[in-house]
Design a binder for this molecule. Structure first.
Ligand code: VG1
Ligand code: CO
Length: 583
């Protein structure tokens, strides 16, 4: 290949554009460390204004690349995100800093757009070294809200703690970063662009955001069966779906997959243009923030509704009249019906897993099917090793995350396609599928209370005091009463996890209080917020098949929640009487 200064050859057609550009050199810029560049549950998330400080973002990108030394030289990295405010500036910095660090090739989504599941898919498909995902996921976007950066490794999954810890350590002592300040690269056209940096070739390939992901979905699911369901056939009326992308990254994926490929009418997908500030929406698909979907479903016009978060890895699914499928139940129902999906029919099903706070409905399915069941800490990074070792097929989190070993991230659109496959196969509406499931397995009632944006100090103190109180051995056997209900405390701890594959050990993952009848509550501090503290309270109880399985979850769990609030003294510490969000 020859490099001609200033010569540009391109065509605007997506597949063939081709640029040849001039030679340039990298330089080192001096910098000083910033405090707090510690990745949380899923990457570094801070206010946009924090990332906009001079050298803040540069430092963190350099810390990522230094942490993956020596494999950064000659590497291929995938870059993309949910398109939130400040994304294009950060993509530009990544190009310039990656080029200076000896990266060989970047694969970037058109205009920087790639859903989190698509990044995972593309890293795996093209055997990339890793990827950088630009998102703060379900956190609001825009100049006054959040931005985020996350590193994924070669298996397509979020970096394990060993890597995120080393990124953090490097960020604490960083004194310079390498950059090619003059490198100009467009991400507005698909195609290849070649540069010569420090005498070596550096390539940027801008790709269609949707294509690779669409192909993967077509390999997993039977699109013909889902199309027939959606369009209706042989006396069966169309199955009317409503999809809400909440102005996040899933818009282009939803349009291509559900409308163009599966034949849903175009007005059955809303908010499908990704906006830098999500149009002011809080792109968290739960009953509070996706209330637009809930309202639209209530009158019974639609058979199924679905919403996704900003980066497309979460899903909320509703049945007719906004019948809510709790994510813990969703996981269990899918686990029990996976064999109607070609991917699992062909590849078989190994084990199942859930995060610790997730309701244990899936455990019962695992027991019935004779499969392994893993309980891991919160965060998708804990599922990856099990999948790589061939021991995990399907997993989920109560926080609207569901996914399988087709990639190493949770996957919102995959979850909806999985549910549509199950509905087409079973031939029943969503609510009957759930009710039949409870009738055969019993029901694990589950709820989560979020107290968002509290003051940090009292929340930390509450957790310390609660742990002390419930792990005191004298509390075992103590009775707690609310109304008619009596709970006897059986065991309490701060959850710890030893990864069965690499034996890495993770401590302090949430305070669990378990009662003799199998009920439990859990308290955790969120690790995805950008400031202050968010307390999460999770409560779960079990009713066997022939008993009380059709009650409202809030009514069924009220006694347990009240006892949790009383033991923790949460209202006193946080000065909050009601949670911000109830799921
Ligand atoms: C939350 C959820 C957790 C999820 C994480 C990332 O974490 O509880 O289950 O894996 O968000 O999801 P935390 O630490 O705030 O409880 V996403 O869609 O924001 O990447
Ligand atoms: Co997300």
């Amino acid at each position: 290949m020859k490099y001609f200064t200033g010569m540009i050859i391109f065509s605007t057609s997506c597949a063939t554009s081709f640029f040849v550009l001039s030679m340039m050199n990298s330089m080192k810029k001096l910098t000083k460390p910033f405090e707090g560049q510690k990745p949380g549950t899923s990457g570094l998330r801070k206010a946009v204004k924090v990332f906009q400080q001079q050298n803040y973002t540069e430092n963190f990108i350099q810390a990522i690349l230094s942490a993956i030394q020596p494999s950064v030289v000659g590497s291929t990295l995938v870059v993309g995100g949910d398109g939130r405010f400040y994304s294009t500036e950060v993509v530009d910095l990544i190009i310039k800093i990656a080029a200076a660090n000896g990266v060989k090739k970047l694969i970037i989504g058109l205009k920087g757009i790639l859903s989190t599941p698509a990044v995972s898919c593309i890293i795996r498909k093209y055997k990339a070294t890793g990827g950088i995902v630009l998102t703060a996921s379900h956190n609001p976007g825009g100049p006054n809200n959040d931005f985020g950066i996350k590193y994924n490794t070669s298996n397509g999954g979020p970096a394990p703690e060993s890597v995120t810890n080393s990124i953090y350590e490097i960020s604490k002592n960083i004194d310079s970063y390498s950059i090619v300040p003059d490198l100009k690269c467009s991400i507005d056209y698909c195609g290849h662009q070649y540069f010569k940096v420090d005498g070596k070739e550096f390539e940027v390939e801008v790709i269609d955001s949707v294509l690779d992901y669409l192909q993967l979905m077509k390999n997993i699911f039977d699109f013909d069966i889902i199309r027939k369901l959606i369009k209706g056939s042989d006396n069966k009326p169309p199955f009317n779906i409503l999809i809400d992308s909440m102005n996040g990254v899933t818009g282009p994926y939803v349009k291509k997959i559900f409308i163009d490929e599966l034949g849903a009418p175009s007005n059955n997908a809303v908010n499908i243009v990704p906006l830098p500030d999500f149009g002011g929406l809080h792109p968290d698909p739960n009953l509070t923030y996706a209330d637009g979907l809930v309202t639209a479903l209530k009158n019974g016009e639609y058979d199924l509704g679905a919403a996704f978060d900003g980066d497309g890895d979460r899903n909320m699914i509703l049945g007719k009249k906004a019948f809510f499928i709790n994510p813990s139940d969703s996981l269990a129902v899918l686990a029990n019906n996976l064999d109607c999906i070609p991917y699992f029919k062909k590849g078989g099903i190994t084990g199942f897993a859930r995060s610790m706070p997730t309701g244990s409905a899936v455990d019962r399915v695992a027991a019935k099917l004779g499969k392994e069941l893993f309980e891991v800490p919160t965060g998708w990074k804990f599922f990856g090793n099990l999948m790589d070792a061939g021991r995990l097929s399907l997993c989920g989190e109560e926080s609207f995350g569901t996914g399988s070993d087709h990639i190493r991230e949770k996957d919102g659109i995959w979850a909806v396609l999985a549910w549509l496959s199950v509905i087409a196969n079973v031939g029943e509406p969503v609510d009957s599928i759930l009710t039949s499931h409870w009738k055969s397995f019993g029901r694990n009632y589950f709820t989560r209370y979020d107290y968002e944006n509290c003051e940090s100090e009292p929340c930390n103190q509450m957790m310390i005091d609660l742990e002390k109180k419930v792990t005191n051995p004298t509390i075992v056997g103590q009775k707690f009463t609310y109304g008619q209900k009596v709970y006897v405390l059986k065991h309490a701890d701060n959850f710890e996890y030893c990864d069965p594959i690499d034996k890495s050990f993770t401590k302090k993952q949430g305070i669990r209080v378990l009662f003799e009848d199998g009920s439990r509550f859990v308290f955790r501090l969120s690790g995805t917020g950008s400031s202050g503290a968010t307390i999460r309270l999770y409560a779960e109880s079990y009713e066997p098949p022939n008993s009380n399985i059709l009650e409202d979850a809030q009514v069924a769990l009220k006694p347990l929640v009240q006892i949790a609030l009383e033991i923790s003294k949460l209202p006193q510490y946080t000065k909050r009487d009601v949670p911000t969000v109830i799921t």
